[in-house]
Write a protein that binds this ligand. Structure first.
Ligand code: SAM
Ligand code: SF4
Length: 324
């Protein structure tokens, strides 16, 4: 098992498989994805070698992300390669949901068993304005489809935006009344690209917390190994509400994840100041021990927390480039 100097363990790998995205979310890629030369995202063989090495380092949960991971033509094949490995207990992906209605069954059959779907507003016009696509209902239908085909762990990501969706809690509560999903409000994070937007629209998760408490929602006790969300439940509701507050004190204490960018760099933190290239160690099956040793060594450099509070976003320009 990977353990760092701050006694944190890392069973969870977030693997970005592309920077390409078909949406243009205002806080992430407001002008859409722009090709910056020849794309060179990890190939299937490289992904297989990477996953096999990380399994030997104790990883049992992998999330495929991006960009929009499902725009990759070989997304299903990549999922199959990973899910064939019995050591991987959770194979998750994060998606904007645009293809779920058509493909949820195929992806479930490929061994994906957990899914995060982004839907920042339940208002169709606002959704169109935020993402550049008139697809709110299609994404909602996709969530229903994911539940129908058998996904048990369905989470809905909502980036909290002041004046845009911070007045929609009651609509989301109505939604989780009978729908067994976990809606997770994520505080908007500053990135290298979005300072003006961040200053205008950042809203603290406490804004939602107060409203939940007023409506008799109960905050669940956090257990060691739980993710970064504070979870709230209510006996009359099928679903739950989570709050992810990266600016809160102690957010990094429970960090349990490492990240790989779509071109094969190890990122110790979303907001770290450096990436460690691993791709040259993914070219041959014989390089596994070399790769494992390199990862172990780098872990010594993982800082105890990010420096977001001081406005230091590290080398990350936007989340689609590092993998959200
Ligand atoms: N394209 C997929 C999607 O949107 O779900 C996966 C990649 S996206 C970068 C992963 C998650 O990061 C999404 O839920 C998105 O809303 C969130 N995200 C992107 N930029 C963010 C930011 N600046 N602050 C907080 N969350 C952000
Ligand atoms: Fe694309 Fe996801 Fe970024 Fe939106 S948040 S632009 S869907 S990568």
């Amino acid at each position: 098992m990977l353990v760092d100097k701050h006694n944190r363990t890392f069973p969870y790998l977030r693997l970005s498989i592309t920077e390409v995205c078909n949406f243009s979310c205002q806080y992430c890629l407001p002008n859409g994805y722009k090709k910056t030369g020849k794309e060179h995202f990890l190939h299937q063989d490289e992904i297989r070698r990477l996953v096999d090495a990380f399994i030997e380092l104790g990883v049992w949960k992998i999330r495929l992300t991006g960009g929009e991971p499902t725009v990759r033509k070989d997304f299903t094949e990549i999922a199959k390669i990973i899910s064939e490995r019995s050591e991987i207990k959770t194979l998750a992906f994060t998606t904007n949901g645009y293809k779920l209605v058509e493909r949820a069954q195929e992806w479930y059959d490929a061994g994906l068993n957990a899914i995060n779907i982004s839907i920042d507003t339940l208002n169709a016009k606002k959704f169109h304005d935020l993402t550049g696509h008139n697809k709110m209902q299609a994404v909602r239908d996709g969530i229903d489809k994911a539940l129908e085909v058998g996904f048990k762990k369905v989470k809905i990501n909502v980036v909290l935006l002041k004046g845009i969706n911070d007045g929609e809690l009651d609509q989301y509560l109505e939604y989780v009344k009978d729908t067994p999903v976990s809606v997770r409000y994520i505080e908007l994070m500053q990135t290298g690209d979005n300072l003006t937007y961040f200053n205008k629209f950042h809203q603290s998760a406490d804004h939602i917390k107060g409203q939940l408490v007023d409506r008799n929602w109960i905050e669940n006790v956090r257990n060691p190994g739980d993710g970064p969300a504070a979870n709230f439940t209510h006996p009359n509701y099928a679903g739950s509400i989570g709050l992810i507050a990266p600016y809160s004190k102690d957010f990094c204490t429970g960090c349990n994840r490492l990240r790989i960018t779509s071109s094969g760099d190890l990122r110790l933190c979303l907001f770290g100041n450096f990436g460690i290239p691993l791709r040259h160690m993914l070219q041959d099956d014989d390089q596994k021990n070399l790769l494992k040793a390199a990862v172990r060594k780098q872990l010594d450099y993982k800082a105890s927390s990010h420096f977001l509070a001081t406005g230091d976003t590290g080398i990350m320009t936007n989340l689609s480039s590092t993998g959200g």
